[in-house]
Design a protein around this ligand. Structure first.
Ligand SMILES: [Fe+2]
Ligand SMILES: [Fe+2]
Length: 196
């Protein structure tokens, strides 16, 4: 399946505003990929597919998840927000036949992050958060930080997510906490190296 065919498939299940978001994530991911020496082709595939399963029809999505054969933890399986990345990664592997572990995890964990994220995973995580359509408070600063200090930008973005989830009494996936602490460690150790 070509990228154009993938976009055609997405148009059947996603809103126009979602498609626009995806295309802006592709652009931003490619800019970040260039900045940090990540293969732009892999960044494009990951960005293009990341929200492939952000279907509007929740019943159709639940049915697709049910037949996917994915084994997800209970909380991930119960939430489209947490599971749509895993569905898209699986689609890439089984239907498109793309076997690439880094792209797989960049797509699968784009909502939570995870400990030991690769450069590509960080690029996709941030592209999703700072594409030009995002206007939430602090987004401008995060966008400029994303191009100056990748680790710190992902760290700040994760802190913002954690604050939001706490404020809204929402479930926090352990993967997000692990990812945040992993980045905290990287930043702290880096600071110690520079100052020590
Ligand atoms: Fe998403
Ligand atoms: Fe997205």
């Amino acid at each position: 399946m070509t990228k154009e065919e993938v976009i055609g498939r997405m148009k059947k299940n996603l809103s126009l505003s979602r498609i626009d978001h995806i295309m802006r994530v592709v652009d931003t991911a490619q800019q970040l990929a260039e900045r940090y020496g990540v293969d732009p082709e892999r960044a494009e595939w990951a960005a293009l597919l990341h929200d492939f399963y952000k279907w509007q029809d929740k019943d159709a999505y639940a049915a697709a998840l049910e037949t996917s054969g994915l084994s997800l933890d209970k909380e991930t399986a119960a939430s489209q927000e947490l599971s749509h990345g895993w569905m898209a990664a699986e689609f890439m592997q089984s239907t498109l036949g793309i076997e690439d572990e880094e792209i797989y995890y960049a797509i699968a964990t784009h909502t939570t992050g995870r400990s030991g994220m690769s450069l590509l995973e960080k690029v996709i995580y941030l592209a999703d958060r700072v594409e030009p359509g995002r206007t939430h408070p602090g987004c401008e600063q995060l966008r400029s930080l994303a191009f100056r200090d990748l680790d710190r930008a992902v760290y700040i973005a994760m802190n913002q997510t954690l604050e939001y989830l706490l404020k809204n009494h929402a479930y926090i996936h352990p993967r997000t906490i692990e990812a945040r602490n992993d980045l905290w460690r990287n930043i702290t150790e880096r600071k110690e190296r520079i100052e020590g």
